[in-house]
Design a binder for this molecule. Structure first.
Ligand code: ADP
Length: 485
């Protein structure tokens, strides 16, 4: 049992129209702790029926919520933010239990997630229109910005809290209503957030959470509905493409935050210790299960050995185990399938000539654990180079020239994050401008913050979350042309 200060934060029902309800089918989803395999609780499972009802309720709530003042919405969002921060210990326990990340990291996610609510509470009041100089002296032209309407959000298991606030906060700030379908592996953080939203006074129907074992069915109900005007998705590129297609028939606006394949490029003029620190943070956070995790370390040949030695030494200090233990810095992967996928990629690379210099054998801690692993002599034809690893595995690839580094860095369909380590300011500009990514970390391994735009290009998606740009995904611009003046 989870020892929560406030046991009411552990919810096992769906949250629709301000009420906690069971699914009609009476089916449930068992939520497991990935570190121990032990069931935390069972959660009700929705079908298209409950999803349809939540859409109707969101449409209904939109009529009033969409007309409230920004100041009012900002006050409710700030209240929600404060409640989340006050309950950080419980929320971190829930997050650690269902997702596995160490408690310190879980608390970091809660604050990070809450920061989007605080930010968009402030941004709500700054959704300005424009007055446009007219080409006719008898006309006056202006724009107003309005909520796009009912929004659907489908979110992943790697950030069960923050991926929800990153979508709900701008939606609510803009005056939209929203239905969230969290990942079936990690619904508890989403439900706890809904409980706090209700306590903060967010009106019924403005935020609903539908959890379901059949994500396809729920996804289809959300995308087929003409009432839903926008879909915001974070998850795999494969599912993102399916959802974009499904949204075509009703011409929904879509925001897609899909997979990455981040290059982490280190030039010979870099501060190697700084690069190692950034590499550890970027690669091993959340056991390598983030879309901005360094996926490919591209290291200039002259410092290849020096970097590898220091990186291996630093990685050896990480402690793998159950993240509920304070000493642990790397928790389990989400499930046994994830471990098998990661191990298969490591084996394929080894068979094709890569050298495992650390780790590489499944952990004896349990079926969901994989040790931090480093491989050298990786080449661009290996799966580790081409695919998103989503695990604690670092492939290192040598390069000689800046041109080679750029070619390797951009040799992927993904275009989310990248990292660049060099002290040469001309190269920083030149290389950053040529990288095909939405985000470039320069001598920095941790890049995400609510005040900056997060999002990718190429097949990593579209739209931006956070920052002054983030609200734009949730508003429509209406142009008013006033004549006869
Ligand atoms: P991951 O591989 O990280 O689990 P997915 O893209 O499979 O990423 O899952 C991300 C989210 O998308 C989860 O909430 C999952 O339930 C949901 N999902 C998966 N397949 C579909 C689908 N066909 N339609 C709608 N949602 C889906």
């Amino acid at each position: 049992m989870l020892r929560l200060n406030d046991p009411l934060l552990l919810k096992s029902q769906l949250f629709i129209n301000g009420e906690w309800v069971d699914g009609d089918s009476e089916k449930t989803i068992a939520v497991l702790n990935p570190a121990t395999g032990i069931e935390i609780c069972k959660v009700a499972s929705a079908t298209k029926k409950e999803t349809g009802y939540s859409i109707d309720c969101a449409q209904n709530a939109l009529q009033t919520w969409g007309k409230t003042t920004a100041k009012h919405r900002a006050e409710l969002l700030k209240h929600w933010y404060r409640l989340i921060v006050e309950n950080i210990d419980d929320l971190a326990l829930i997050l650690n239990a269902e997702q596995g990340k160490p408690l310190a990291e879980a608390k970091g996610e809660i604050l990070y997630g809450a920061s989007y609510i605080e930010w968009f509470a402030e941004e709500a009041k700054r959704i300005y229109g424009d007055i446009i100089p007219s080409t006719q002296s008898t006309q006056r032209l202006l724009t107003i910005k309005q909520p796009i309407g009912v929004v659907a959000a489908v979110t992943p298991w790697n950030f069960p809290n923050a991926m929800i606030t990153r979508k709900v906060a701008p939606a609510l700030a803009a005056g939209c209503t929203i239905i969230v379908k969290p990942a079936e592996a990690t619904p508890l953080s989403a439900l706890a957030l809904a409980e706090l939203a209700q306590r903060a006074g967010i009106p019924k129907g403005v935020l609903s959470i539908v959890v379901g074992e059949d994500s396809k069915e729920i996804g289809k109900a959300l995308t087929d509905s003409p009432q839903v005007r926008k879909l915001s998705f974070t998850g795999s590129t494969k599912v993102g493409k399916i959802l974009i297609k499904q949204c075509a028939d009703t011409v929904k606006k879509v925001s897609m935050e899909l997979g990455g394949n981040a290059p982490f490029i280190i030039f010979e003029d870099a501060d190697i210790d700084q690069a190692v620190k950034g590499a550890i943070a970027s690669k091993f956070r959340n056991a390598g299960q983030t879309c901005v995790c360094a996926n490919r370390f591209l290291v200039q040949s002259s410092i290849y050995q020096a970097f590898t030695d220091k990186f291996v030494a630093a990685t050896k200090k990480l402690i793998v185990g159950n993240g509920a233990d304070d000493k642990v810095t790397i928790g389990p992967l989400i499930n046994g399938n994830a471990v098998q996928n990661v191990h298969a990629m490591v084996k394929e690379a080894e068979q094709n000539g890569a050298k495992i210099v650390l780790g590489g054998t499944p952990s004896n801690l349990g079926p969901n654990f994989y040790p931090p692993t480093i491989l050298t002599d990786v080449t661009s034809d290996m799966h580790l180079f081409k695919e998103e690893i989503f695990g604690p595995v670092a492939p290192i690839i040598p390069f000689d020239t800046e041109e080679q580094a750029l070619e390797l860095a951009n040799a992927t369909e993904a275009g989310l994050a990248s990292y660049l380590y060099t002290q040469n300011y001309s190269r920083i500009w030149r290389f950053s401008e040529n990288l095909e990514n939405g985000i470039v970390g320069i001598n920095e391994g941790i890049i995400s913050t609510e005040v900056a735009p997060f999002g990718g290009i190429k097949q990593s998606g579209n739209g931006r979350e956070g920052s002054k740009y983030g609200i734009e995904d949730y508003i429509e611009i209406k142009y008013l042309c006033m004549g006869g003046i």
